[in-house]
Design a protein around this ligand. Structure first.
Ligand SMILES: [Zn+2]
Length: 569
């Protein structure tokens, strides 16, 4: 490519709303432009990177025996209704009607759709199968932001495995786990796997792949000593034992003006937060529900969703709370409540002599034995683990790391197979449902994650494997001799298999260098009259900033070798 012909509109400034480095640099570097919130036009440089990321993903999934499909992105509502996800997907799913009034959805994922195709499998002899496509997905995000990190339209590679039994699924799952690790390594994205909530996927086991970044939206609990790491939506920790003494009788006492856990801690006759019950009034799919955690603990709503299967969860309004319990927030409790389900966090099992609101303004109960005095509908792990708590495996203090989710793999089991009739005959002639897994990786998200991991104050520092061009040949002066020398190097690089670009623009050297650094080409060859007089050019490594004079005769071979090596990872 000749830069003089290339459409690469670099900008001095990033858009005002761009905070994440990948957002700022991909716009400034002329990789992409926002059409409207959450939808980006990929310009030629951006699309080159995108395709290179997709090619690496495709190679690794093909390496597992994956077969590539392309399934539609517009789906009939009936398929989503059959699986039950027409309702459970909630507002995140784009829905529309065609001219006949038929309801359709824009695909957010393709379990259902792949299952309709898999229904043609008939025998265990056809298994295992790994099927995938790289297709556009849509998510109606409430607040799209951070460039490619949270969008409403994106490309994802999603693969699906079909096996005769759980052992087969385990194999397919582990193979994807390994392939994903190789993918991230080749993309230059530092990654680790964590236990995750399966959320609306309805699976029974899943691993999320995370890369640490302040631009992320996920908190991951990690143990610095052992291997434990989990999404905060799933993480657990060990709590120190608490001595409650012997159970005493339930007693009500006056607490004028006491409205918070903290206020009750300092109130005379009150209790430490660890000895209080925090009662939250939540509305779960329309049902007013009391959720009880220890006074110093926080509720994690995803845990509540996972434990109850509820789709829409929100705190009750004050009026709803008063109507349900007869008191205002600050005086609430679950003692004696039988009209509403009471869900209690596991950390409260066996606790006695607790203090809690009495559902009368300005009154609390003390001497509460949780199991004796509360009508518990469900026990569940609901509390959010905090930094500094002890690792359940080894006791070390846990840390919280902000991360970007860059991949997610699920064991689905037979849920979709049962719904869509994906059944085969097994070796004994019995007809059994196929066991499925599903495995997703966002292409644009990983492109952004690579930028998050590889940039400096001058711009992007692309890994060779996904750089829009591996080498830019910067011609310093457009006289015939210098241009011809630059062109010879450019052509020889291409002949040697290097993805090269020649900067033949009529522009100042400073502009050419700044653009090359902003866009982030891994290597720059600077061709100028002075060097040529000595039979030399300069080679600059973008990552280290090092510049070296290299004989004209060596430069192509040297860069071909370095690019080849880097491409292999
Ligand atoms: Zn540990």
């Amino acid at each position: 490519m000749r830069w003089s012909q290339m459409f690469a509109p670099t900008l001095r400034d990033a858009p005002n709303d761009a905070v994440a480095p990948s957002h700022r640099l991909l716009v400034r570097g002329g990789f992409m432009r926002q059409l409207h919130a959450g939808h980006y036009s990929m310009l030629p440089l951006g699309w080159r990177v995108h395709q290179k990321v997709a090619a690496i993903v495709r190679e690794e999934i093909d390496g597992l025996g994956g077969q590539e499909f392309l399934l539609p992105t517009m789906h009939p509502a009936s398929i989503w209704k059959e699986s039950g996800r027409w309702d459970t997907m909630g507002e995140i799913m784009f829905r529309l009607e065609d001219r006949k009034g038929a309801e359709t959805a824009l695909g957010i994922t393709h379990e259902e759709i792949f299952a309709t195709v898999a229904a043609e499998l008939t025998s265990y002899k056809q298994l295992p199968q790994i099927w995938y496509h790289i297709q556009t997905k849509f998510r109606d995000e409430a607040r799209p932001k951070s460039g490619l990190l949270r969008v409403r339209e994106f490309h994802m590679k999603d693969s699906y495995s079909f096996d005769i039994d759980d052992a087969g699924l385990d194999k397919a799952f582990d193979a994807h786990d390994e392939a994903y690790r190789r993918i991230f390594q080749r993309l230059g994205v530092p990654a680790f796997g964590v236990q995750a909530s399966s959320g609306a996927m309805g699976g029974n086991s899943s691993i999320e792949f995370m890369t640490p970044s302040d631009a992320g939206e996920d908190d991951v609990i990690r143990c610095p000593k052992c291997d434990y790491s989990a999404n905060i939506e799933k993480a657990t920790s060990a709590l120190s034992a608490i001595d409650d003494g012997e159970p005493t009788a339930l007693e009500t006492f006056d607490t004028p003006g006491v409205r918070t856990i903290a206020a009750l801690e300092t109130f005379e006759g009150g209790a430490a937060a660890t000895h209080q019950l925090k009662t939250l009034v939540m509305v779960l799919d329309g049902t007013t529900t009391l959720v009880v955690v220890r006074g110093d603990h926080q509720l994690n709503t995803q845990k509540l969703a996972d434990a109850t299967g509820a789709i829409e969860i929100r705190p009750a309004e004050v009026e709803e709370t008063v109507a349900a319990l007869g008191a205002h927030p600050g005086s609430l409790g679950a003692v004696g409540v039988t009209d509403h389900p009471v869900i209690v966090d596991l950390a409260l099992e066996g606790r006695v002599n607790m203090t809690t609101g009495a559902n009368i303004d300005d009154k609390h109960h003390r001497g509460v034995s949780v199991e004796r005095d509360l009508t518990v509908a469900q026990w569940a792990d609901l509390r959010e683990v905090a930094a500094g708590e002890a690792c359940a495996n080894c006791g070390t203090e846990l840390t919280v790391v902000r991360c970007i989710e860059i991949g997610h793999i699920f064991k689905l089991g037979t849920k979709y197979a049962e719904t869509f009739g994906v059944r085969v005959s097994d070796a004994d002639g019995n007809v059994v449902p196929v066991v499925m897994g599903s495995y997703g990786i966002g292409i644009g998200r990983n492109m952004a994650a690579a930028v998050e991991a590889h940039h400096d104050d001058k711009g992007i520092v692309w890994p060779v494997s996904i750089a829009p061009y591996e080498v830019v040949v910067t011609v310093m002066r457009l006289d015939d001799e210098t241009l011809a020398a630059g062109n010879d190097i450019y052509v020889a690089l291409k002949d040697a298999g290097v993805d090269a670009l020649i900067d033949d623009r009529d522009a100042r050297a400073g502009v050419k260098f700044a653009d090359a650094e902003l866009i982030g080409f891994p290597f720059r060859i600077t061709v100028g009259p002075k060097g040529l007089a000595n039979g030399e050019v300069e080679v600059t490594d973008r990552a280290t900033g090092e510049t070296n004079a290299v004989p004209l005769t060596d430069v192509v071979g040297m860069l071909a070798e370095r690019c080849n090596e880097a491409r292999r990872g």
